[in-house]
Each structure stands twice: as structure tokens, then as C-alpha cells.
Unconditional design. Structure first.
Length: 428
């Protein structure tokens, strides 16, 4: 009988040290009768540390670069030493040393290449390291795995740092590489977040893109499900950093998850859901600390979407209000001009609203973006803005939930539809 195929994604927290990696192997043992395509992120805070090293590289600060790389190297070798005796991990140590030789020699790269291209080539080392160590541990304990290079499977354009997937070529490549290997190995281990273009250069899918990687593989291979293993019991109705009494959402629809992602919920990467929805492949969000718990199921079923209100908080917001200098009405031509200027300033709008004489919009606080927006708008419009604001979105709201989120706050802007209420708030 043909084995079912599961796609698993493990993030940095789930492989942050030797105990965490051993826990991943224990989880895999639970699914020993099924094929698994495993996508893994860089370990712990490796991507952040690589970014610091990259900045030192760009500034040609050799001492800072060496210090950062040495921190990353010691971190990974410590994990390796805690996982394996010296003789047992000798081959892996050679591979890890080889990767770090590439990291160290990267300093001599031609800095005249575009920054984004250099970034993608350097930042990919984190996923290469984590996937090598994890696959070696799986093979040592279970003897059923194979390491695969995602850069030869997910093919993209040359929009570095936020590359677009070439879907026809990617689907063909994944199927040609993975299907024969799944006939020989129960588990395939590959990297999240990174990809490759037709020139053989490394690209990336954007920060937090490992979820998207899992969705791409699931779509191409038509897997039975995708499971994202996290440090939470499932998808919660609010971020526990901002909300004390969170409730786990047992089951929601793709449509609801996409809405929550759009409004800023951080559990699921927004691009992940579409390729799964297209093939009706269910997505599970489960806890790697409690793998037997049911977690959250995201699929085509919409019947549970309204059961629990969800709260999405975005702090440190900036509200702009602009008015034509001649006090003319804001008609279509004005709005077209405004949006063109905001696009030029690369403004990413979280909420907007217009009246006869003014147009208001909200963005995440970024000093450079504020300056750019003022530069492009101030010549034709009166521009005012407020900082240190909060955007709260409530899905499936009622009077009680709205009063709760607005308590002791001043409402600067509010919008509501049949299912969603949104408030821009300041301290009263």
C-alpha cells in the first residue's frame, strides 16, 4: 500500500539546541509508517546573527565579521558535540567545517554586486547548517533519511530577498527530484526560506518564508497534509504577548486564516495558505512540546470560523492625515496621485479612510518611511501625523469585545464590516 506523504516544517525554536533536535527525531518516530518531506529553518537566532555578520561584511569591518562568524560557528559546533561522540559525528564535522570555510571566504566576495543578491547568498548558510545537522541526526537514529538542496528544487526569478516562484518549473523540478527519492527514503530533509534562480544564484522568499516553502512542496507533491510545528499549542485567537486569556482555535477555514494573516496575525505566513487552498491540502499547527495534542486544523470547512473572536494587535503605528492645500474635494484624480506618491515612498498601508477633504492612512513606525512620505506629499498636501498608536482588529466582534479592546483608549479611527472591526487607538 502506498504511504501517505506529510510535509513538516520545523522553525528555529524547534531546533535551537541538541535537546530540541532530539525532540524532533522523537516526533518523527511517531510517523514511522508515512513518508515525510521535512522543511527546517536556521537554528535559534542564527539568521539574526548572520545578518549582523552581513552588515560587518558590507562595511568591510573584518574584525566584527570574524567575531560574528565565530559566535555562529561555536553555537553550531556545540550542538553537534552534544549530539554525537567525536568519532560518530566526524563526517558531519567535516561538512560543517566546509560550510564555515565558505562563510569565512564570503568576506572576499565582490561587494559591487547588488546588496540584496549578496544578502541572499550569505543568509542561506543558516538553513544549510541546520538541515545538515538535523538530517545527520535523523539518519544516525532512524537510518531512513536523505538531505536535499532546496535551491535545485524551488526555482525563482531574480527579485532577491523576496523572490517570486516560477511555479511550472518548480513543480516539475520538485517532482523529478523528490518522487524517486521518496521511494528509497522515508524522510527527505530540505531547507526553508531559500531557493535558487536559473543562473544558479541563491534567492530567498522573504523573512519567515519557511512556512511558504512547506506550502510549495505540499502543492507540488500533492501531500496529504502540512504540519507547522511551533512553540504554541496551535493557532491562538490573540498574541499572548498582548492578551492574557488566549483561546486556541481548534479549526478554522483557509478563508479565515487568510483574513487573519492579512490583518497581521503572525502564526501563519500569508503566502503559505494559497497553494494549500488550491489543492485543498489541510494545514495543521501543532506544538513540538506536546506533539500528541490536536493543535489547530486549517482546511476548507468554514463552519467553526465564527465561534471565537480573534484579536490582532499592531503596536507602534503612525497615522497620517493629508488634505489638499487648496481645500478642494478629494476626488479620484487626487486619490490616484496620492497612491502613486505613496507607492514611490514604498509605504505599506495597514488601514486607510477618506472623507470629502482628507485622506488618512496608517503604517508601521519607520523613521525613514515617515521622511519619505513627507517628502513626496508635502508639496501638494497639508500633512499631519500621530505616532505611538495601536491598531486593533477584531474578527467576529460583538459589542462586548469592542468595548474591551477600546477601554481607557481614545479612538482616532474606526471601521467595521459584518465580521471585522478595526480601531486606531491612542492612550486616553
Amino acid at each position: 500500500m502506498k504511504k501517505s506523504l506529510l510535509v513538516f516544517k520545523f522553525g528555529g525554536a524547534s531546533v535551537k539546541d541538541a535537546d530540541a533536535i532530539s525532540n524532533v527525531v522523537a516526533i518523527l518516530e511517531r510517523y514511522s509508517t508515512q513518508n515525510i518531506l521535512l522543511v527546517v529553518s536556521a537554528m535559534g537566532k542564527t539568521t539574526n546573527n548572520l545578518e549582523h555578520a552581513f552588515e560587518a561584511f558590507m562595511e568591510k569591518d573584518v574584525e566584527a565579521f570574524k567575531i560574528r562568524v565565530e559566535i555562529i560557528k561555536k553555537y553550531h559546533l556545540n550542538i553537534l558535540n552534544n549530539l554525537f561522540y567525536k568519532d560518530k559525528g566526524a563526517l558531519l564535522r567535516e561538512e560543517i567545517e566546509s560550510i564555515f570555510n565558505q562563510v569565512e571566504t564570503y568576506y572576499n566576495q565582490d561587494i559591487l554586486k547588488p546588496r540584496a543578491q549578496l544578502y541572499d547568498g550569505f543568509i542561506s548558510f543558516g538553513e544549510l547548517l541546520s538541515s545538515k545537522i538535523l538530517q545527520f541526526k535523523i539518519n544516525a537514529d532512524l537510518k531512513i533519511s536523505k538531505w536535499l538542496d532546496v535551491r535545485k528544487q524551488i526555482l525563482t526569478d531574480t527579485l532577491y530577498q523576496k523572490a517570486n516562484v516560477n511555479w511550472p518549473k518548480t513543480i516539475t523540478s520538485i517532482r523529478e527530484i523528490c518522487i524517486p527519492e521518496l521511494e528509497k527514503h522515508t524522510i527527505l530533509v530540505t531547507q526553508g526560506f531559500i531557493a535558487g534562480n536559473e543562473s544558479g544564484e541563491t534567492t530567498t522568499l522573504g523573512r519567515e518564508g519557511s512556512d511558504y516553502t512547506a506550502g510549495i512542496f505540499a502543492h507540488a507533491l500533492e501531500s496529504d497534509s502540512v504540519t507547522i510545528w511551533k512553540d504554541v499549542p496551535g493557532m491562538l485567537n490573540a498574541d499572548p504577548k498582548f492578551f492574557e486569556n488566549t483561546i486556541k482555535l481548534d479549526r478554522i477555514s483557509f478563508r479565515e486564516a487568510i483574513e487573519l494573516s492579512y490583518y497581521g496575525a503572525s502564526v501563519i505566513h500569508p503566502k503559505t495558505l494559497k497553494p494549500l487552498q488550491n489543492k485543498k491540502i489541510p494545514l495543521l499547527v501543532k506544538s513540538f512540546a506536546d506533539p500528541s495534542a490536536p493543535g489547530t486544523i486549517i482546511d476548507v470547512d468554514t463552519s467553526n470560523d465564527h465561534m471565537v473572536p480573534s484579536f490582532i494587535f499592531k503596536k507602534n503605528q503612525v497615522l497620517f492625515s493629508i488634505t489638499p492645500k487648496d481645500f478642494s474635494f478629494l476626488i479620484e484624480a487626487n486619490l490616484s496621485d496620492i497612491f502613486s506618491k505613496l507607492s514611490a515612498a514604498k509605504a505599506e498601508i495597514n488601514i486607510m479612510q477618506n472623507s470629502a477633504l482628507s485622506f488618512s492612512f496608517l503604517i508601521d513606525h519607520n523613521a525613514n518611511k515617515i521622511k519619505s512620505i513627507l517628502n513626496v506629499l508635502s508639496s501638494h498636501y497639508e500633512v499631519k501625523y500621530n505616532t505611538n498608536l495601536e491598531l486593533v482588529t477584531v474578527r467576529h466582534y460583538d459589542k462586548k469585545t469592542n468595548e474591551f479592546v477600546c477601554k481607557n483608549k481614545k479612538i482616532l479611527l474606526q471601521q467595521s464590516t459584518r465580521k471585522t472591526a478595526r480601531f486606531v487607538l491612542s492612550e486616553d
